[in-house]
Design a protein around this ligand. Structure first.
Ligand SMILES: *Cc1c(COP(=O)(O)O)cnc(C)c1O
Ligand code: SF4
Length: 410
């Protein structure tokens, strides 16, 4: 094979490869944090930036933070700016374009914020924005203003103070049984500080489950250490949701991190964002979902990309989302199919197209191949009164059911 086809510019210093880095460093998440790529020169160790990327890096500097872990950089195609990993991590000029309807907080996190960190939007659960920091600043971040904008933040004060006011709010609202730690990335904290927060939550009797939203399994899976998992396991029930967007991100390192979490009893779910040019193809999404199942991660949500300032260029259409969902449903197992939602001020709204419609003759059902059938009231009663009507003609059945229920209740 010709070297020239993969290394078009032999004059420049050669690119770094995973193999060039000793395991001791590669497996140490702190090494990756110290070696994060934050400027063009460092980026050149991993990729050959295009002129457009160079311009974007220069023009977004001072406006949006930029940081990429060497681990995540190693997944980028060094020569292809269209690489799905690269597009998530390298600034693009699209971030500076003004889109109509774009907002810094379209889902109202700031509006529903009750303390510095607690966002209380649903009756029984809250999110706690415990930090602004992330190992990689994903270009498509839905909280771009909070995490990535140099001058932006959802916080009133700077982070890193004590959490007593936030914990007091949660303790004072016993209807909150589910707390989701998010940010930024909660695992940006060292284990000790994280444990302090989690222990504080565990001390509140009304808090039943603690959830963590973290992209570390994707951006720096080495962060998922035995010590971290052992600490989390002391505060069960703890759940973790991560954020894989493309099958390329499912690496042996990521698989090991997920395995470690699962062995510590932490169920791992995944939220994917539908992103133009990155994962907006049925084949890609199908591979992503089946690969997630292979590493025992349960697909949870597929988010439609919100019209967030600096992110709008990644937006697709609902039509595209439907196409993707219809390419998943029925083609792979039901638990590999995420729920397609639009995040709004009113909450996350399921927007997948239904597989049934009501007709005067009953329910019209369609399968994943588009084949339709009608189930009338005698087969599948639509309403409670239709169901009761059916039983009137079969008194024996009604009696048997009553008896059976009575016995079962004992
Ligand atoms: C997403 C979100 C939650 C959690 O939603 P689930 O559907 O339970 O995963 C809670 N609060 C806010 C404000 C959210 O945005
Ligand atoms: S890790 Fe999550 S919170 Fe942080 S920049 Fe990426 S998407 Fe945003």
């Amino acid at each position: 094979m010709s070297q020239m086809s993969t290394e078009p510019d032999g004059i420049r210093p050669s690119l770094t490869r995973r193999e060039d880095i000793p395991d001791e460093q590669w497996n140490d998440w702190r090494w990756h944090m110290r070696k994060r790529i934050t400027n063009l020169d460092k980026a050149r160790e991993w990729i050959r930036p295009t002129l457009l990327e160079e311009r974007a890096i220069a023009e977004t500097a001072g406006k949006y933070r930029w940081s990429v872990t060497p681990y995540y950089a190693s997944l980028m195609d060094p020569y292809d700016p269209g690489c799905p990993v690269r597009q998530q991590a390298v600034p693009a000029l699209g971030e500076l374009l003004e889109f109509s309807g774009a907002e810094v907080d379209p889902v109202g996190d700031m509006y529903y914020r009750k303390t510095n960190r607690v966002v209380h939007k649903y009756p029984d659960r809250v999110i706690m924005l415990i930090t602004e920091a992330c190992p990689v600043y994903c270009r498509h971040c839905t909280r771009k203003f909070h995490t990535t904008d140099v001058d932006g933040t959802y916080f009133e004060r700077s982070e890193g103070e004590d959490f007593s006011e936030d914990l007091r709010y949660i303790a004072g609202h016993p209807e909150i049984r589910d707390v989701l730690l998010t940010g930024g990335d909660p695992l940006s904290y060292r284990d000790g500080k994280l444990e302090e927060i989690i222990a504080g939550l565990r001390a509140i009797p009304s808090v039943e489950i603690i959830r963590i939203g973290s992209r570390f399994p994707v951006l720096l899976p080495q962060r998922i250490t035995p010590d971290l998992c052992a600490m989390l396991a002391r505060y069960h029930p703890v759940w973790l949701n991560t954020h894989f967007n493309h099958p390329k991100e499912i690496t042996p390192e990521a698989e090991r991190a997920v395995d470690r979490l699962l062995r510590h009893g932490i169920p791992v779910g995944n939220q994917t964002v539908l992103l133009r040019g990155i994962n907006d193809e049925v084949d890609t999404m199908r591979r992503l979902m089946t690969e997630l199942l292979r590493i025992r991660v349960r697909p949870y949500y597929l988010y439609h990309c919100d019209n967030v300032t600096g992110v709008s260029h990644f937006m697709t259409s609902i039509e595209k989302g439907w196409e993707i969902m219809e390419g998943l449903q029925g083609h792979i197992t039901g638990f590999g199919v995420p729920q397609y939602v639009l995040t709004t001020r009113l909450g996350k709204i399921p927007i997948a197209r239904p597989y049934h419609r009501e007709t005067p003759d009953g329910l019209a059902l369609r399968n994943y191949r588009g084949e339709e059938m009608l189930v009338d009231d005698s087969v599948c009663p639509l309403t409670e009164s239709a169901a009761a009507h059916g039983f009137r003609h079969a008194p024996d059945v009604t009696e048997n059911r009553t008896t059976a229920t009575g016995e079962g209740a004992r």
